[in-house]
Design a protein around this ligand. Structure first.
Ligand SMILES: Cc1ncc(COP(=O)(O)O)c(C=O)c1O
Length: 413
């Protein structure tokens, strides 16, 4: 059969519209108001910059919330997309085998603690799936009673009913109760964990090694190592959520590598497919053995286009030179923030590592982000008084310095 060559009856949409009042100021009413969007209409990206319809250039310290780790318009990502598109096979469903999905799974297994991978479409979906796998595993161990999921203070795991139950943000949770049952949030404290974790009733504990939305809080490595030992002792799974802090952001490919421990499951998303939506759950053989066909599913997860791009992205993000750049630049960036704090007196606390930083400020973060935006710098908050920095990992020191200068101007304005 020859491919379809019919021309589309659909009116073409201009990707670079002429700015006018309705498009350039973001005044459309057609998008549901779950986000407060910034007014300009963004039409183009290049490296660490985004451009609006009027040609104004913005330095990007957000990277689509830790997604575009290789920057915008990366030649390798674009080429991988074109290679995948040239096959004409964008989607097959998980009923069929494809080479890109298998190659990506083999690569991830070969570079991690895991023996199998499940692909999905987002971070929340990865964590929801991990909860299901934990319960499946738990019930193969004991019986119906072993199902509790434990999360920790300050956590963020997603906006779906299960992940929201494990997310420590009352404002996000309260309007949507009842959430998934059998989920408890406890302090990030080993003694507390010792009283809560129970071999008969607890299936899993989920933790972000660095809490992103919770204010860029580095979870104490001693606590995490103690938790690993305790979960083993009590026959409970440890799930690490590296959706925001994984894939190079902290200067190692996985954040857990710096802890000297390995989880039973690990969830990934954000930068995995270079800006395309993709998530993954990495599991040990022990977990994998309890999962049967029909236990879980997803229509799109791990499709050939995304998997091919992701296979390119993970190899780039695992490059030792890039990881060294993240570590070295991160140390320098932290020193610059410290110096700025001393110069301006406007900063209350600085936390971070690699290219993941949080800065507590006296003023509402939104006011500073607004002033930085007016000066051409994109930033995001992590709580009412915390600025968060998640630039593309390929950003240079000069580009960071330019952003820091804007930040200082916005702080003292
Ligand atoms: C640590 C962590 N887990 C889960 C999620 C949810 O990911 P998604 O927005 O792709 O559902 C996020 C998103 O910010 C996150 O930072």
């Amino acid at each position: 059969m020859t491919p379809t060559t019919m021309t589309s009856p659909v009116a073409p949409v201009s990707l670079t519209p002429t700015p006018d009042a309705s498009t350039a100021t973001g005044t459309t009413d057609a998008i549901l108001g779950t986000y407060k969007r910034q007014a300009p209409l963004f039409v183009r990206g290049e490296g660490v910059y985004m451009f609006d319809a009027q040609g104004t250039k913005y330095l990007d310290f957000v990277a689509g919330i830790a997604v575009t780790a290789l920057g915008h318009g990366d030649a390798g990502v674009m080429q991988a997309m074109q290679e995948a598109m040239a096959t004409g096979l964008l989607h097959t469903s998980n009923l069929y085998r494809t080479a890109p999905g298998e190659a990506l799974a083999e690569w991830l297994v070969g570079h991690s603690f895991a023996s199998k991978v499940f692909f999905c479409n987002s971070g929340a979906e990865a964590n929801e799936g991990a909860f299901k796998f934990a319960r499946r595993w738990a019930r193969a161990q004991v019986d119906q009673g072993k199902h509790e999921i434990i999360a920790v203070r300050g956590s963020f795991h997603g906006r779906m009913p299960g992940t929201l139950a494990a997310t420590d943000r009352p404002a996000y949770r309260l309007p949507f109760r009842p959430l998934m049952g059998g989920v408890t949030i406890v302090e990030r404290d080993l003694d507390e964990m010792k009283t809560v974790l129970d071999a008969e009733s607890t299936a899993a504990v989920i933790v972000e090694p660095i809490q992103g939305e919770g204010g860029v809080r580095i979870v104490d490595p001693e606590f995490l190592r103690g938790l690993r030992a305790l979960t083993r002792e009590r026959n409970v799974l440890l799930i690490l959520d590296e959706i925001q802090c994984g894939l190079g952001r902290t200067g190692s490919f996985f954040a857990y590598e710096q802890l000297g421990i390995a989880p039973d499951m690990l969830t990934l998303a954000k930068p995995l497919a270079g800006g395309l939506p993709m998530g993954a759950i990495l599991v040990t053989d022990d977990v994998a053995r309890t999962i049967q066909p029909g236990d879980h599913g997803t229509t799109f997860g791990g499709g050939p286009l995304l998997a091919h791009v992701a296979h390119h992205v993970v190899q780039r993000l695992a490059d030792p030179a890039l990881l060294a750049h993240v570590r070295e630049t991160g140390v320098w960036f932290g020193e610059q923030l410290q110096a700025m704090s001393e110069r301006t007196g406007r900063i209350r606390a600085i936390r971070g590592t690699g290219l993941m930083w949080g800065v507590d400020v006296h003023e509402p973060a939104a006011a500073i982000i607004g002033r930085a935006f007016d000066r051409g710098l994109l930033m995001v908050s992590a709580g009412e008084h915390t600025l968060r920095f998640l630039p593309p990992l390929v950003i240079s020191r000069d580009e960071l310095a330019a952003g820091l200068a804007v930040l200082e101007a916005a702080l003292v304005a």
